[in-house]
Design a binder for this molecule. Structure first.
Ligand code: FPP
Length: 232
């Protein structure tokens, strides 16, 4: 079985750069190239949803110089890739807290979402300034607003309703979560949505992650027996 939704924590750009005696900037640039290649490969496999963790809420705490270069890299990558993504029928969406993002980046994000909104191919979601806990708190606030305006009754809130206020909305939950770079943790990614997701950790640093590495993750996934808490 192939996963319908893959989520990836792209970790290891900094260590890759260090190993190659290069700047962190260069490592992130190589990471962006890997992201582009993995998006293409995932699309070619006919996988429906791919969600990439590009920048976490906690990443705001990195030195300003690195934050700025990452933001510049997101704009640069989006400019360079949007035409190709659109030609390949990719529908791109960004999730996360936009309140601290630069206007110029928000404009690009809005334009990219608008341009690709009717595409029927790969659903690519980029998590930017995203945190799983922020996502849950944000959903709670949205629900509170709906209750206060009498558009929603508390008794009607169930897990599905709640999900519809989360950033991934009613997209299917990830079937497979991949984390590169050797750490075995979730780092505040998609906490609500990964309740039954299969977790795959590999030591490969993100800039070195190629289609063969993704195939290994897919082999791992194919061997899992998913029971969702049931004894079947
Ligand atoms: C983790 O490496 C990576 C990031 C914080 C940024 C992710 C960004 C990219 C892969 C490039 C652009 C992606 C898109 C979608 C345009 P790290 O710096 O934490 O590495 P380290 O743990 O080795 O220091």
């Amino acid at each position: 079985m192939k996963p319908n939704h893959i989520a990836i924590i792209m970790d290891g750009n900094g260590r890759w750069a260090k190993n190659h005696n290069e700047s962190r900037k260069f490592g992130h640039k190589r990471g962006a190239i890997t992201a582009r290649d993995i998006v293409r490969f995932t699309g070619s496999l006919g996988i429906e949803f791919l969600t990439l963790y590009a920048f976490s809420t906690e990443n705001w705490g990195r030195p300003l110089k690195e934050v700025n270069l990452l933001m510049a890299l997101f704009i640069e990558t989006l400019d360079a890739e949007i035409k190709d993504l659109n030609n390949n029928n990719v529908k791109i969406r960004f999730i996360g807290d936009r309140s601290n993002l630069k206007k110029s980046l928000i404009n690009k994000i809005d334009k990219a979402e608008l341009l690709t909104k009717n595409n029927q191919g790969l659903n690519l979601t980029v998590a930017m300034a995203y945190g799983g806990r922020w996502d849950i708190v944000n959903a709670a606030k949205l629900i509170q607003d709906k209750i206060e305006s009498n558009e929603l009754n508390q008794v009607d809130i169930d897990e599905e309703q709640f999900s519809s206020y989360m950033q991934l909305g009613l997209n299917p939950d990830p079937d497979l979560l991949i984390r590169t770079g050797g750490e075995r943790r979730i780092s505040n990614f998609l906490l609500w949505n990964i309740a039954y997701t299969e977790l795959y950790f590999c030591d490969t640093l993100w800039p070195d992650f190629v289609s063969d590495d993704l195939e290994l993750a897919l082999d791992f996934y194919a061997q899992r027996k998913r029971r969702y808490g049931k004894n079947v």
